[in-house]
Design a protein around this ligand. Structure first.
Ligand SMILES: Cc1cc2nc3c(=O)[nH]c(=O)nc-3n(C[C@H](O)[C@H](O)[C@H](O)COP(=O)(O)OP(=O)(O)OC[C@H]3O[C@@H](n4cnc5c(N)ncnc54)[C@H](O)[C@@H]3O)c2cc1C
Length: 477
């Protein structure tokens, strides 16, 4: 077992308080994995700071001792972004959960990084505002984790990803210095360094406080459920809606396997023989919305929808969203492990990709269910497997490579929102040429010359690939 140096532990205890440093193997066990289930790595210590100054103090100690430092929010990363492959100190931001300031006149809120996404909206709902980025994990994932992964969600189609809703941030750098970036409004003074930090997955700095934009809750909303016999028809309807110049607030798809899992759990009266359903939401001012829902229903029917239902009230609307947002949970009830992939293709290529995913699943004998933020071509095939069966584990890795390769070949990307983490380091290398990767590496080293911040994530930086995640035979490294 790795020896933990008592000297640095004492120093950490002095900064955050002895009760906020976890060193027992049992306490650290929770922190050796996140929602990416294929790889584990236990940190040597976990600290729970309560303020920016405490995070900076921890960073100074890790700098002095040359230790890896791994920021962590709620640990819902689906790309293994928080896994401490080389040990080191995990900085859990979960004690930093205060909403520090709400400023409706300037449409913003300043929050500590460990605040749960949904809690921001809940704090301003009564006044008619909300925080727009809504990852399906929003009940637990943190504003800091969303910042670091540039999280998206169902409403990204209309409202954009996290980057469009971050105005400023306080960042602790690898050496323990504290920098304030951005402000409380767009175009705050200074170069736009903040944009580099959003989506940097904890490799450039640790966000401790974030100023987010608040969005006025729309006056009226309509949510429809369109039911199709086949995924092909549903996919063509998506392209049809987009080609018609309609930008819904959300346009989500669930395939039959997902629908079945959701229905067996939540009993929402979804038709189990449907090939796929779309959840389509539009919002805005009341006049005109009914005309738009009629248009969408017409387009869906033209592309083969057998039924298009309009949610009659808020309760029915909430049910549709519960079905979508709890779909991973529903699949989890099968008792298998699952790996949720995250790729992007132009929406017009969705039918082709869906056929390919079905073929990959069949060839590797894996159960696959797919949900997607269909409007922006962001697919999430969920690959189910038995983690005690090494052949199935290898099959999941191989299937993931094949699917993401195909996304790139179809003009897309290897991640839409979950990030690169530890999972997709090799995939990223397949997407970018060596000069571009070298530039990314120089940017990283400008912030963190020793590469101690979340090492082995995003860019390999010369480190070997985690054995299991090597590209399988037949796929060039
Ligand atoms: C059921 C489920 C549904 C999901 N749905 C979506 C979805 O719709 N859209 C989406 O985008 N993602 C989704 N995800 C993935 C995940 O929830 C997001 O990536 C989320 O942003 C992670 O937040 P977190 O607080 O859990 O961060 P963690 O998982 O703890 O960390 C994620 C990454 O951010 C870094 N990090 C965390 N906090 C900080 C910080 N304060 N400063 C610097 N770096 C930090 C970590 O080192 C790591 O690299 C889903 C996950 C699950 C399990």
């Amino acid at each position: 077992m790795r020896q933990i140096n008592p000297q640095y532990l004492d120093e950490l205890r002095r900064v955050v308080g002895p009760q906020h440093v976890a060193v027992d193997p049992g306490e650290r066990h929770t922190f050796e994995s996140d929602a990416f289930t294929l790889v584990r790595g236990r940190p040597d210590a976990v600290v729970f700071p309560a303020s920016t100054e405490e995070v900076a103090g921890v960073a100074r100690i890790t700098a002095k001792h040359g230790l890896p430092i791994i920021p962590r929010g709620a640990g819902t990363s689906l790309a293994g972004g928080t896994i401490a492959i080389d040990g080191g100190v995990c900085v859990s931001l979960t004690r930093m959960r205060q909403i520090l300031d709400i400023n409706l006149r300037d449409r913003c809120a300043r929050v500590q990084a460990g605040v749960v996404n949904l809690h921001v909206s809940q704090a301003v709902t009564a006044q008619g505002w909300h925080y727009a980025p809504d990852p399906s994990s929003q009940m637990v994932s943190t504003v800091g984790g969303n910042f670091a992964t540039n999280a998206g969600g169902p409403h990204t189609l209309r409202y954009g990803v996290t980057a469009q809703h971050v105005l400023g941030a306080t960042i602790v750098l690898a050496d323990g210095s504290i920098v304030a970036l951005g402000g409380t409004y767009d175009d705050a003074p200074g170069g736009d360094v903040l944009s580099l930090l959003v989506g940097s997955e904890g490799t450039l700095g640790i966000a401790t406080e974030i100023t987010v934009r608040l969005t006025r809750t729309p006056a009226a909303i309509r949510t429809q459920l369109a039911i199709f016999d086949s995924i092909d028809d549903a996919s063509h309807a998506i392209s049809g809606i987009i080609a018609a110049g309609i930008v819904p607030a959300a346009l989500e798809m669930m395939d039959q396997a997902t629908l079945t899992a959701v229905e067996q759990w939540l009993r929402l009266r979804f038709p189990l023989d449907a090939g796929a359903v779309l959840i389509i939401e539009i919002d805005g001012l009341e006049p005109g919305l009914d005309r738009q829902t009629d248009r969408i229903a017409g387009l869906c029917r033209r592309h083969g929808a057998r039924d298009v239902r309009l949610a009659r009230d808020d309760a029915e609307r909430a049910q549709l969203w519960m079905a979508r947002k709890k779909s991973f949970g529903a699949l989890g009830r099968y008792g298998l492990s699952y790996c949720t992939q995250d790729g992007v293709v132009p929406p017009s290529r969705i039918p082709e990709l869906m056929r390919f995913i079905a073929d990959v699943g069949a060839r590797h004998r894996l159960r696959v269910a797919t949900v997607m933020h269909a409007g922006d071509g962001n697919i999430h095939p969920v690959l189910m497997y038995d983690e005690n069966d090494p052949a199935q584990v290898r099959a999941v890795v191989a299937a993931g490579y094949e699917i993401l390769d195909r996304c790139v070949a179809l003009g897309g990307s290897v991640t839409g929102e979950h990030g690169i983490g530890i999972e997709k380091v090799r995939h990223l290398e397949r997407m970018y040429d060596p000069d571009t990767l070298a530039m990314f590496e120089r940017v990283r080293r400008a912030f963190d010359p020793d590469r101690r911040l979340n090492p082995r994530k995003v860019l390999a930086g010369g480190a070997p690939c985690v054995e299991l995640l090597r590209p399988p035979k037949g796929i060039p490294a």
